[in-house]
Design a protein around this ligand. Structure first.
Ligand code: GAP
Length: 428
C-alpha cells in the first residue's frame, strides 16, 4: 500500500490536495496520469453498461440538489453514521469501527453514540436561511429516480430498462482514510435498472454475475474478488437485498460496489412527496405499475485504486529489479510511448513523425530525456503497454522497435504498419 501511494505521488497519479498548504482533510487531486486512468475506468464502465447494451440510457444530473429529494429518499432522516467522542483526547470516531476503545489514546471514556448525518448542507443564493438549503448529492442514484418520468417519456422505454450515471458524490465521512478508499468527495458509477415488480430477484442475480465479470475482465484476479451478501441488519434503509462486490485490500476485504434491490421504495417515496404520478403505463395492455429497481452502484475512485493495487508488481529484468503496473490496456493512462533512442537532431524528426501518426488513434507520450533503459523503466512503472523506439537504423529502414511491457519482448515493425499493429495489439 505504502509503495503504491508513493508511486502515485512520484509519477503523477494522485496528489494530496492543497499540498503546499499542508494538505486538506483527506482530499486528493488526480494528476496527469491519474486523470487519464480515472477517465479510462469510467469509460470502461460506460462502454459495458451503456454503449454495448440496448436497454440502458444515461443522464447527467445536478450535484446541487433540492432538499425534498433527500427528505423523500430517507437520507435526511437515516443517512447517518453513529458518532462517538473520546472525552480524553477529543478525537471523534465511528462507533461501529472502534469497539469501545479510542484507537488514538486507548481511553474507554467515550460519549454515547449519536447519529451524524453524512450529507453536506449548503445555501443557494445570498441568504443563509432555511428556505435556501440545498445538499450536495451523497449518491448519484436520486437523479435517476426524480427524472424517471422524463426519461420514460423522452425515450419511450419499457421495463426492464436502465438509467446510468457517472459523477461526483459527497459524504461528510467521519473517518475518511486508506488513501482514496474513503474520501468525502468521490466519484460513483451507478445504474438504476427498472424492472416489472415480479422480476426483481431474477435481475438481482443477473447484475451480481454481470458486475463480478466486469472486474475480472479488466484484470482483477479471481482470488482478490468476492461477492458478499448483506445480513438483514446491515441493509440500507431502501434495500430488500444487497450483495457487495469486495476486493482483498492490503488491510482486508473492502467494498467496491453494492448491488441492491431497492424495490419500489424510491419511486413510491418521490410520488408521495411530489404528488406526481410516477409509474409505468403500457398503452397497449392498459397495464400500470411502479417498477422495482435493481441497482449496481460502484465507486470510480475506489475502483481505480483497486485496479492499481491488483496491477502493482515487482520483478527482475536482465538481473535488474523493476516495478511494473500490469494494467489492462484499456485502463493504462498511456497506450504507447514514443522514444527516440537518444536526444538527437536526426532522430527527433522521425520520432515526432511517428508520434503524429499514432496520436489520432491512441493516447501517447513523447519522451526523449534520460537513457533509454530508464525511460523503459518509467513506462513499466506507469503501466504503458508499449514503447515504440526510433533508432539510427530507423533512418534507413523506416522501421521501429515495439517493446511490450509485461514480457519486455521486442519486435521490429515498418513505420507504415505501426498503426495497424498497435491497434491490433490494443484491440482498438
Ligand atoms: N446509490 C447507492 C450507494 O450510493 P453505496 O454503497 O453507499 O451505495 C456505492 O456507494 C459505492 O460508492 C461504494 O461501493 C463505493 O465504491 C463508493 N463509495 C461510497 N462512499 C465512498 C467514499 N466515501 N469514498 C469513496 N468511494 C465511496
Amino acid at each position: 500500500m505504502e509503495r503504491l501511494v508513493n508511486l502515485c505521488k512520484r509519477r503523477g497519479f494522485i496528489f494530496p490536495s492543497a499540498e503546499i498548504y499542508g494538505g486538506f482533510r483527506s482530499t486528493y487531486d488526480y494528476g496527469p496520469l491519474g486523470m487519464l486512468m480515472l477517465r479510462n475506468v469510467k469509460d470502461a464502465w460506460f462502454r459495458s453498461m451503456v454503449q454495448l447494451r440496448d436497454d440502458v440510457v444515461a443522464i447527467d444530473a445536478a450535484i446541487l440538489s433540492h432538499p425534498k429529494i433527500w427528505e423523500a429518499s430517507g437520507h435526511l432522516a437515516t443517512f447517518t453514521d453513529p458518532l462517538v467522542d473520546c472525552r480524553n483526547c477529543k478525537e471523534r470516531w465511528r462507533a461501529d469501527e472502534i469497539e469501545g476503545v479510542c484507537p488514538k489514546c486507548g481511553s474507554t471514556d467515550l460519549t454515547d453514540a449519536r447519529p451524524f448525518n453524512l450529507m453536506f448542507k449548503t445555501y443557494v443564493g445570498p441568504v443563509a436561511e432555511e428556505a435556501s438549503v440545498a445538499y450536495l448529492r451523497p449518491e448519484t442514484a436520486q437523479g435517476m429516480f426524480v427524472n424517471f418520468m422524463n426519461v420514460l417519456q423522452t425515450t419511450r422505454r419499457k421495463p426492464p430498462f436502465g438509467v446510468a450515471q457517472v459523477g461526483k458524490s459527497f459524504r461528510n465521512e467521519i473517518t475518511p482514510g486508506n488513501f482514496v478508499f474513503r474520501t468525502r468527495e468521490f466519484e460513483q458509477m451507478e445504474l438504476e435498472y427498472f424492472v416489472p415488480p415480479d422480476q426483481g430477484a431474477k435481475w438481482f442475480e443477473y447484475w451480481c454475475d454481470e458486475r463480478l465479470r466486469w472486474y475480472r475482465d479488466l484484470g482483477i484476479p479471481e482470488s482478490l474478488l468476492r461477492l458478499r451478501p448483506h445480513d438483514p441488519e446491515e441493509l440500507s434503509h431502501y434495500s430488500s437485498m444487497t450483495s457487495d462486490v469486495e476486493f482483498a485490500f492490503p488491510w482486508g476485504w473492502g467494498e467496491l460496489e453494492g448491488i441492491a434491490n431497492r424495490t419500489d421504495f424510491d419511486l413510491t417515496a418521490h410520488a408521495k412527496m411530489s404528488g406526481q404520478r410516477i409509474e409505468y403505463f403500457d398503452q397497449a395492455t392498459g397495464e400500470r405499475y411502479v417498477p422495482h429497481v435493481i441497482e449496481p452502484a460502484a465507486g470510480a475512485t475506489r475502483t481505480m485504486m483497486s485496479f492499481l493495487l491488483a496491477a502493482y508488481d515487482e520483478d527482475q529484468v536482465a538481473g535488474e529489479a523493476r516495478t511494473v503496473l500490469r494494467l489492462d490496456r484499456r485502463l493504462a493512462p498511456y497506450k504507447a510511448a514514443v522514444l527516440p533512442l537518444s536526444k538527437n537532431e536526426r532522430l527527433s524528426p522521425v520520432a515526432r513523425e511517428v508520434l503524429a501518426l499514432l496520436q489520432p488513434h491512441l493516447m501517447c507520450e513523447y519522451d526523449e530525456t534520460q537513457s533509454i533503459g530508464r525511460r523503459y523503466r518509467r513506462h513499466d512503472e506507469i503501466g504503458t503497454p508499449y514503447c515504440v523506439t526510433v533508432d539510427f537504423e530507423s533512418l534507413d529502414d523506416r522501421a521501429v522497435t515495439i517493446r511490450e511491457r509485461d514480457s519486455t519482448e521486442q519486435v521490429r515493425i515498418p513505420i507504415g504498419k505501426l498503426v495497424e499493429e498497435l491497434r491490433g495489439r490494443l484491440a482498438l
